[in-house]
Design a protein around this ligand. Structure first.
Ligand SMILES: Nc1ncnc2c1ncn2[C@@H]1O[C@H](COP(=O)(O)OS(=O)(=O)O)[C@@H](OP(=O)(O)O)[C@H]1O
Length: 442
């Protein structure tokens, strides 16, 4: 019998050399794949190993662009974008157009925008971000020639579900529907909808209306009308963001304006609680929404496609890589501001009154962030965190920012004691109350 040890050594050598052959074969196959499928393979490798950064062109070193008009459409994540712009304007000392008090917070929406709706003390502005009905001539009259126009769209079925739930007790077309049921409304919208009554624009082609179009036109019977509206939007807006691809949209925005990634960090605002939203609309209902809002569906289909063309031109991998960096930086910021497990909470759980979102009537809950009672405020400061999560309707109006406001409006929702408290709390020279004497939606 041969001795056991040398025999084992022989077997081990054979296994090793077979392993080497297999490794060599694998290496060769990988190399030839790399040679033949280079770009696709690198894309898949990056999906597997996200830390591998794609080679992206360096950002242009031009000064940050500060002339921006953000036309905030309804229920499309616009409040979150608006908050980014407001904070940028404050940090960079850019004059921001604010509505005159009688226009409340929406620049006299649903009227066509007019430069007269802007508070005279904020004119001439370099930036504007708010709800308004788009009117190109008047915006051009108000804003500098180099203004970059931006807006945002959202998939129409999700947007309409949000509109229907938010305005359920305000918009007469929705109020008439038995049990406030979206399904019942969509079965026969004309039975509930009257085009000439107040707030009709919240119930029919709201995107088209906000962008200055005629929301009563029929996109199927008049395709030329839709094509013309698309052309008008394309002619003015340098960027149409898409709510479903919010972070990618912000990457494009940041590049367009030569801003830093830090300039577009955000906390999501105006979010409905999970209990007040439909997780997703059944396809039948989504189809009915698109039929009823065919102009909006046409706008979305067009601008969603052109958005991805634009991403492709910017380099899809680079945009996605940057969107990932943005998400990571945003998560860090949220943790620093709102604690190790930042969480959107119902208004009743938010102790800081300045962060309590306004609640519409009905079964809708709007959630928000709260500041921890104790935190080692350094960078970001408490004030920065407060502004990051501050609901639109809690932001001070121009007069209040300047400390000019003698609160004479009887309809202010909060007592003066709280305003003074808010004033002390954040150490700002402003009174934090509802802007422009806001009386509640819509
Ligand atoms: N970052 C981000 N990404 C995607 N979606 C977001 C984001 N931030 C806010 N939201 C959702 O946007 C909806 C609110 O939109 P608006 O702020 O435009 O509403 S409003 O017209 O000003 O009342 C609201 O949708 P619903 O919750 O479906 O109502 C928010 O949840």
């Amino acid at each position: 019998m041969p001795p056991v040890m040398p025999r084992l050594q022989q077997v081990a050598k054979m296994v090793m050399s077979r392993k080497k052959v297999v490794v060599l074969l694998l290496l060769e196959a990988t190399l030839s794949l790399l040679l033949h499928q280079g770009s696709q393979l690198s894309w898949s490798l990056r999906l597997l190993f996200p830390a591998v950064a794609p080679r992206c062109p360096a950002s242009p070193t031009r000064p940050k662009h500060t002339a921006v008009a953000f036309v905030k459409t309804h229920k499309t994540a616009g409040t979150t974008v608006q908050n980014i712009l407001f904070r940028f304007a404050e940090r960079h000392n850019v004059t921001l157009a604010l509505p005159r008090p009688s226009c409340e917070h929406q620049f006299c929406y649903p009227r066509n925008f007019s430069a007269r709706f802007v508070h005279p003390a904020t004119r001439p502005p370099r930036m504007l971000a708010g709800h308004l009905r788009f009117n190109r001539a008047e915006l051009r009259r108000l804003l500098p020639n180099d203004t970059v126009y931006v807006t945002i769209l959202r998939e129409p079925a999700a947007m309409f579900e949000s509109l229907f739930s938010y305005y359920n007790r305000y918009c007469p077309a929705f109020v008439r529907v038995p049990n406030g049921s979206l399904e019942t409304f969509l079965r026969a919208p004309r039975a509930y909808y009257r085009p000439d009554e107040r707030f009709a624009m919240y119930a029919h082609n709201t995107l088209a209306y906000d962008l200055g179009g005629d929301n009563e036109r029929n996109a199927r019977q008049e395709p030329a009308y839709l094509a013309g509206l698309i052309r008008d939007v394309e002619a003015t807006f340098s960027l149409v963001m898409i709510a479903e691809y919010f972070d990618e949209s912000l990457v494009l925005l940041r590049r367009l304006l030569a801003w830093d990634l830090d300039d577009v960090l955000y906390a999501e605002l105006n979010v409905r609680s999970a209990a007040s939203r439909l997780a997703s609309l059944p396809e039948g209902l989504a189809r009915a929404v698109r039929r009823w809002n065919a102009l909006d569906a046409g706008l979305y289909a067009h601008f969603n496609a052109s958005f991805w063309d634009r991403v492709a031109r910017a380099g899809r991998e680079c945009v996605q890589h940057e969107a990932r960096q943005l998400r990571e930086a945003r998560e860090r910021l949220l943790r620093r501001c709102f604690g190790p497990r930042p969480r959107l909470r119902p208004a009743a759980e938010i102790r800081n009154k300045q962060l309590q979102p306004w609640q519409p009537l009905g079964n809708v809950g709007i959630v928000g962030y709260d500041l921890p009672s104790r935190s080692p405020w350094g960078s970001p400061s408490r004030d920065e965190c407060l502004k990051l999560a501050m609901p639109e309707l809690r932001r001070p109006s121009f007069r209040e920012q300047k400390g000019l406001s003698k609160i004479t409006r009887s309809n202010c929702q909060e007592p003066n004691a709280m305003q003074t408290e808010g004033f002390r709390e954040v150490g700002l020279k402003m009174k934090l109350v509802n802007p422009s004497g806001f009386r509640g939606y819509p």
